[in-house]
Design a protein around this ligand. Structure first.
Ligand code: COA
Length: 226
């Protein structure tokens, strides 16, 4: 386990299929991005430039494990990283932690990862982030020191969004999605009946796992063909 408390093995365990993982060491925040990547964050504040650089370095580590040569990873119009044509992946950063995961496209349809400070979700955000049935479902869940189920659900929805958006090109709201937690550390993502999301059943299932580590939560979502 590295100084951040969650290593590549632990991150890979958040996914339903084998994934390649890059975790940022402190030096990777200083690794210069490729020239075309640097242009995108040229006017950003320094902390953003540093987390962006670390995220790109992590993504290249993961891609190298899959056999891809180092190359620029552009930012798409929806802000998603533009992975090589044959790959899917996801990047996350939060205070003191950054990682990326990637896989060959045939192995999985999509990946999403999210890390957040474990502090409880602000009460004002509860109704925005959670559906009523999710709030009810959290009540009987076991109390775990340092874990806030609403914050974990927020992170799970962010991870899901990162897998969903590149696959479908569709935006959705927090209310369009429900997270069903299981006591074994896994969760299922359910598309809820929604006035804003007019999609038929999707050809993918979205499953996830979560970890609590060093004052943070980390969630991983795998999109698999049904
Ligand atoms: C995009 C979003 C999910 C990022 O999450 P975050 O917790 O703010 O930040 P993270 O550090 O975990 O992730 C940021 C990374 O997400 C990735 N990302 C951004 N937009 C993305 C998209 N449309 N699709 C996939 N990945 C995306 C990028 O790699 C970004 O890092 P980079 O700019 O350095 O490359 C979030 O900012 C957002 O827009 N959320 C609202 C969208 C939403 O509807 N969410 C839930 C609905 S169920």
């Amino acid at each position: 386990v590295n100084e951040q408390g969650l290593d590549a093995v632990g991150i890979a365990q958040l996914f339903a299929r084998p994934v390649a993982v890059g975790v940022a060491a402190a030096s990777m925040y200083d690794q210069p991005p490729f020239a075309e990547e640097a242009l995108v964050v040229a006017r950003a504040v320094e902390p953003r430039r540093r987390e962006f650089a670390a995220g790109r370095a992590c993504a290249r580590l993961a891609l190298a494990e899959l056999g891809f040569a180092p190359a620029a990873i552009a930012i798409g119009p929806d802000r998603a990283p533009v992975w090589p044509a044959d790959a899917v992946g996801s990047i996350t950063h939060c205070e003191g932690f950054c990682c990326a995961v990637a896989a060959r496209k045939g192995a999985v349809a999509g990946l999403g990862i999210d890390a957040e400070a474990a502090e409880p979700l602000e009460p004002a955000s509860l109704r925005l982030v959670l559906r009523a049935e999710e709030r009810a479902a959290h009540a009987p869940l076991p109390g775990i020191a340092g874990l806030d189920w609403p914050k974990l659900a927020f992170s799970a929805k962010e991870a899901f969004y990162k897998a969903w958006r590149p696959l479908t090109g569709l935006d959705l709201t927090f209310q369009d999605v429900a997270i069903d937690f299981c006591v074994d550390g896994s969760f299922q993502v359910r598309l809820a009946p929604s006035p804003t999301l007019h999609t038929a059943a999707t050809p993918w299932a979205f499953t996830g796992r979560w970890r609590l580590f060093a004052g943070r939560v980390c969630t991983g979502v795998t999109a698999l063909p049904v």
